[in-house]
Design a protein around this ligand. Structure first.
Ligand code: ATP
Ligand code: MN
Length: 466
């Protein structure tokens, strides 16, 4: 007999017509038995938010035998015929002719029963949480955003670049590094009171990358426009709802761009992503708008329709000094803006995305291009309401002598950066770039409060399970 093609539930719900013979496979979300000798099963296979309703007449072959294995969580294959659905919101349902149970789920032991589970509880069962509506929707949105990121850059001729994960450079303290070593912690080789890294695997001290920027610059100085999109690691002990120890970062780097071009690209990029996800994940976003945050759909549309606000760091400090708000950290010109300040500016003052540019030189890394005022550098951060910083970027210093001087003032050893400095010795060019935290984007798009709930398996201090 010819093997029947499996339909995805999304296809059934979109294209299925009465009398179509189909086979579907998925996991039972709920089961309800009626007195008239029927069972109603809601089946989900992750292809979309909606379940397909299956009607199982108790007279179908061996129903008695499978009935005890048919519970929430069990995995089934159902063959049958589509019939018109009397239920609201779905066109068809499946009248089962035969049901095969691939794997049962004991109702006394399966942790995901039909009731509300907290996100904290679901983190404890991160291997089962993808079978909930929320996590299915988060991962479909995450998937679409990844795809859209590639589409955006590929459409503009950027080259996707894989920068190394193991590295010796720390991007000047972008974050604390995880060390990578094969030395035996029980007997570390020492010379002169220091660890002898020449005996380590790479012959020098190495760690997991905190940013691909410096290597990205190398390739921008040859291919003009590149972007990275990969895992990034920071051993910072910050237990916030916006920091992970392992996250994904998107870092475009462009030759011949100044700071304004950089800001324009960042703005176009975000607008493109919001538009794309609204268009391709409408059902999932409506779910988030209903269940998680009732403002997200309106907010996304506003972002698409309006320009971002742009103010200098000095203007931002003025706004903060004039505000009547009681901040935990006080602000004066020269201090770092904290998340509470960033949120105040985008959420309360402008009520939309804000780009802050021209930060004091002292609080920014050595590689940012200096302004003529001698005090500020061409840095920019993009802030979103409710979230704070989502993008950090800058025009890069392209003058060899200026860069050397700045490294000296910041006590950096220029030998460690000889290859980076060479970019300014041979065919230097104005260039700029930025980094976008991918999970913060997913957070903002879905309205999910905690960054741990927008990545399949979160890594945070004291947690690397699963
Ligand atoms: P923050 O001040 O929020 O810690 P940062 O200044 O350390 O951010 P950058 O070094 O500029 O951030 O990194 C670029 C982007 O990467 C940030 O704008 C943010 O979206 C994201 N990012 C930074 N650190 C983390 C983290 N620990 N977890 C998730 N995303 C992060
Ligand atoms: Mn940080």
């Amino acid at each position: 007999m010819k093997k029947m093609k499996r339909w995805k539930i999304k296809e059934v719900l979109r294209q299925g017509e009465e009398q179509d013979e189909v086979i579907i496979m998925g996991w039972v979300r709920t089961r309800r038995d009626s007195k008239g000798g029927f069972s109603f099963l809601e089946i989900n296979d992750g292809s979309c938010l909606k379940n397909l309703q299956v009607i199982a007449d108790h007279s179908i072959d061996s129903f008695d035998l499978i009935s005890e294995k048919l519970h929430t969580g069990s995995c089934v294959g159902v063959t049958g015929e589509l019939v018109q659905s009397p239920g609201k919101g779905q066109s068809v349902e499946l009248q089962a002719k035969s049901i095969k149970v691939y794997g049962k789920a004991d109702p006394d032991q399966y942790p995901l029963q039909k009731k509300h589970h907290s996100f904290e509880f679901l983190r404890e069962i991160a291997h089962l949480r993808p079978r909930t509506n929320t996590f299915g929707a988060v991962m479909r949105v995450r998937n679409r955003l990844s795809y859209a990121i590639h589409n955006f850059f590929q459409g503009r001729g950027f080259v996707y670049l894989h920068t190394p994960i193991i590295t010796t450079n720390d991007c000047e303290g972008a974050g604390e590094m995880f060390q990578v070593t094969t030395l035996d912690p029980g007997s570390i080789p020492m010379v002169g009171g220091k660890i002898n890294y020449s005996q380590d695997f790479f012959g020098e001290k190495t760690g997991l990358t905190v940013s691909g920027q410096l290597e990205g610059e190398v390739y921008a100085m040859a291919l003009s426009e590149i972007y990275t999109f990969g895992p990034t690691f920071r051993a910072e002990n910050s237990n916030t709802s916006r920091h992970l120890s392992e996250f994904w970062m998107v870092e475009p780097e462009m030759a011949f761009y100044d700071l304004e071009d950089d800001m324009n690209l960042a703005e176009d990029f975000l607008r493109y992503l919001f538009k794309d996800v609204l268009e391709h994940c409408p059902e999932d976003l409506e779910f988030f708008n209903k269940q998680i945050d009732k403002t997200i759909l309106a907010r996304h549309q506003e972002i698409i329709d309006n320009k971002f606000e742009r103010i200098s760091y000095s203007e931002a400090v003025q706004l903060l000094e004039q505000s009547k708000k009681n901040f935990i950290y006080s602000v004066e010109w020269g201090s770092n803006l904290q998340s509470e300040h960033e949120r105040y500016i985008s959420e309360e003052v402008f009520k939309k995305p804000v780009i802050i540019y021209d930060y004091p030189e002292e609080i920014k890394p050595f590689y940012m291009k200096g302004n003529d005022d001698g005090k500020t550098v061409r840095a920019m951060d993009v802030l979103l309401p409710k979230l704070g910083e989502i993008i950090g970027g800058s025009q890069r210093e392209d003058d060899y002598n200026v860069l050397i001087n700045r490294m000296e003032t910041k006590n950096l050893n220029s030998d460690d950066y000889h290859w980076y400095l060479d970019l300014r010795r041979f065919g230097s060019a104005p260039h700029a770039g930025f980094g976008l935290g991918f999970e913060r984007l997913v957070q903002f798009v879905t309205g999910m409060e905690n960054i741990r709930d927008v990545i399949p398996f979160p890594r945070t201090p004291k947690n690397a399970r699963f």
